[in-house]
Write a protein that binds this ligand. Structure first.
Ligand code: ADP
Length: 199
């Protein structure tokens, strides 16, 4: 028997689309933006929990955790804030490539930074979720006592106090977190994902 010497190994790299079809659901970034205390972390975590419960591949990228590790060299100057968001965007993109639904919870106050992140993704993969809560309500909640510190002048350039927050102009989802419950907010996000056939 003559052995063929002309057989070459066919390398097929696994694509995002292969991972999605194995998972049985789409992948995307749910980019939560809003004032401190508006409920980004609370709602992002509740969404992730519900997705996990339903057997969906998900992950939460949380601001404080990223600042403790990957971005620990960055502070709060305009450049550092932008670089912080850019790196998170790149990490989120890897998660989308890996087939997951990734939720991110960062104030991300500047429209240009969020638009830059959006530009990293394919159409429909970047879902901007505006957690729209009046400043007065965020300040009343003040879960980390940061507004109190900012008002006393102990924190400089605090978003909403002495640094601007640029609200999204055309977010895919807007959640009025001053008037809906966390459960209702989760349902709103899941409905959007179902509507777009991501779930
Ligand atoms: P952020 O991540 O935007 O800084 P957090 O999620 O850390 O905000 O804090 C929001 C606080 O507001 C939490 O203590 C949460 O329990 C409370 N809260 C009250 N009502 C709501 C709501 N409808 N949606 C989200 N959070 C709410």
């Amino acid at each position: 028997m003559t052995k063929s010497t002309n057989i070459t190994w066919h390398h097929t790299s696994i694509s995002k689309h292969d991972r999605r079809s194995q998972n049985g659901h789409g992948s995307c970034t749910l980019w939560f933006t809003g004032l401190s205390g508006s409920g980004k972390s609370t709602i992002a975590n509740a969404v992730s929990y519900e997705l996990f419960r339903q057997g969906i591949n998900e992950y939460v990228l949380d601001g404080d955790n990223i600042r403790h590790g990957l971005n620990k060299d960055l502070g709060f100057s305009d450049y550092d804030r932008s670089e912080n968001i850019r790196r998170i965007g790149e990490v989120a993109k890897l998660f989308v490539d890996s087939g997951k639904i990734v939720t991110t919870a960062f104030i991300s106050p500047f429209r240009s930074d969020r638009d830059l992140v959006r530009s990293l993704f394919e159409e429909g993969e970047f879902i901007e979720v505006f957690i729209d809560c009046p400043l007065e309500e965020c300040e009343r909640r003040d879960p980390k006592q940061l507004y109190a510190k900012a008002r006393r002048g102990e924190i400089k350039d605090f978003t909403g106090i002495d640094s601007p927050y640029e609200a999204p102009e055309n977010p895919e989802i807007t959640i009025q977190s001053g008037s809906v419950t966390v459960e209702e907010a989760v349902e709103q996000v899941l409905n959007y994902l179902r509507d777009k056939n991501i779930l």
